[in-house]
Design a protein around this ligand. Structure first.
Ligand SMILES: *Cc1c(COP(=O)(O)O)cnc(C)c1O
Length: 464
């Protein structure tokens, strides 16, 4: 399996190189050169596989430069710390199915991909006798999942910037109580945007980037998408075992990452297995406008109760665009240039095709609150606000004959304030979350100045 860039400007590379590259060197995103698909017979044989076994089957379709033993070992270690033996169990409530993706170390779905990515990085670096310093800025969720993905790993140091005093206490503790010697938490005296701008400036200093082997863990790494394909197939196979041939998924979306994995799963499985993908957005409706009108245009970010989806540029959108443009890299490159220049892309001529893949609705704050309240009152099930966005959208498009599987992307206790507002109830903190307050913590507070951050990295980076 080789990987190409959405902008058509690189020679195909193997899986390992694609993972180490992150962003393609021509500025595009990496995708498999040809998409694997599996027949009915094969998927039927996957029906009762435990999550880890299924993951190995699916990953091996996309990876041909790691051995089966290496894959089995990676998968085994990546999901050993999940609190549910099924890793991503499916439950049923309020007329929909709920695919629970929050049983990992940081109680949000990003663990599914980042636990695996951390282990893949460690293995590849070891094989190459190399090291890497990961640098990222976070508004909360991604940073903690990344830290938990690489803590204690050989050959990797990680530096994560968060805005000092501007993330929730739980989110802060999930990062700062990781005191492994390879983890460096930096609280920046500034906003999330300041942190992001600093990271961007440091990555643009190519000499510094080379010298310290800087790497990223943002959602554009192909390995993250790949890891997420697994739970779509897992959920589908659970319902298939109950006699359903076709299902729908509803996905709360910000960066287009999670739902793009659903699109890949839909193309992997036999036609019709995944009927529709519901793209659910909060008030930040950039992607909803794209699906319904064919116009992809930047707006201004609005703060909502589902902050991990408060996004106005969807970093994985370009991957879908590549298929919409019939795998024409030059066309994608022109589109992205136009978007960079004008903040707007008119794809309305392709609207029909988009609507064969997705349906979409934007969910208001009032609807989020009402959905959390209803599921608690009628089903005794607590939804976090991100999950509630997906559930609400799923109910809008539910077909009576087909299961609607809604992705639950965070544990309700992680966003307890919103749950409290909706239900008057404070979700019980799981022990792993409750005990954080008593742990030792480590964090450096630094000025929002790229030179200050660089000096700190230089003093603590791994060199090779
Ligand atoms: C990141 C995140 C999302 C959005 O996922 P994308 O891949 O960016 O679409 C949804 N819910 C939670 C809890 C998240 O952390």
């Amino acid at each position: 399996m080789h990987y190409v860039s959405t902008r058509g400007g690189i020679d195909p590379v193997g899986f390992s190189d694609a993972v180490m590259m992150g962003l393609a060197t021509d500025g595009g995103l990496l995708l498999p050169e040809t998409l694997p698909s599996v027949d009915q017979h094969t998927v039927s044989s996957w029906s009762n596989l435990p999550y880890q076994y299924l993951a190995v089957e699916i990953l091996s379709l996309f990876i041909d430069d790691l051995s089966r033993t290496e894959l089995e070992d990676l998968v085994e270690r990546s999901y050993a710390r999940f609190r549910h033996h099924q890793v991503t169990p499916v439950s049923r409530c309020g007329g929909v199915y709920i695919l629970e993706l929050f049983h990992g170390p940081t109680f949000a779905f990003k663990d599914v991909a980042l636990q695996l990515l951390g282990n893949i990085f460690e293995l590849l670096l070891k094989k190459r006798s190399a090291s890497m310093n990961i640098l990222g800025a976070t508004s909360g969720d991604t940073g903690s999942a990344a830290i938990h993905g690489v803590r204690g790993k050989a050959g990797i140091n990680i530096f994560i910037l968060h805005p000092d005093g501007r993330i929730s206490p739980i989110q802060k503790l999930q990062m700062t109580t990781v005191t492994d010697p390879n983890v460096f938490n930096i609280a920046v005296r500034g906003t999330f945007d300041d942190g992001q701008a600093i990271v961007k400036a440091i990555f643009n200093d190519l000499e510094f980037k080379e010298k310290y082997h800087l790497g990223a863990v943002n959602s554009i790494n192909w390995a993250r998408v790949m890891a997420q394909i697994v739970y779509y197939v897992y959920a589908w196979s659970k319902l298939h075992a109950h006699g359903f041939d076709s299902v729908d998924f509803s996905v709360p979306t910000g960066n287009f990452g999670d739902i793009f994995a659903g699109y890949m799963a839909r193309r992997l499985l036999p036609p019709g297995a995944i009927n529709r993908l519901v793209l659910a957005t909060n008030a930040n409706d950039l992607l909803c406008r794209f699906v319904n009108q064919g116009i992809y245009s930047r707006g201004t970010v609005q703060a909502t109760s589902s902050p991990s989806m408060d996004i106005q540029v969807a970093s994985n959108f370009e991957r879908y665009l590549y298929y919409l443009r019939d795998e024409n890299g030059a066309a994608v490159k022109a589109d992205m240039q136009q978007f960079d220049n004008t903040g707007r892309l008119d794809l309305s001529a392709l609207r029909q095709r988009v609507r064969e893949d997705f349906v979409s609705v934007s969910v208001s704050e009032a609807e989020v609150m009402e959905t959390i309240r209803t599921f608690h009152r009628d089903g005794d099930y607590l939804l976090d606000p991100h999950t509630a966005v997906g559930v609400r959208a799923g109910l809008t498009f539910r077909h009576e004959k087909r299961p609607m599987i809604c992705l639950a992307t965070a544990h309700p206790a992680k966003f307890g304030a919103a749950v409290h507002e909706a239900t008057g109830l404070d979700p019980e903190l799981p022990p792993a979350m409750a005990e954080l307050a008593d742990r030792e913590s480590r964090c450096e507070v630094l000025d929002a100045d790229p030179e200050v951050i660089k000096a700190y990295i230089a003093a603590h980076a791994l060199e090779s």
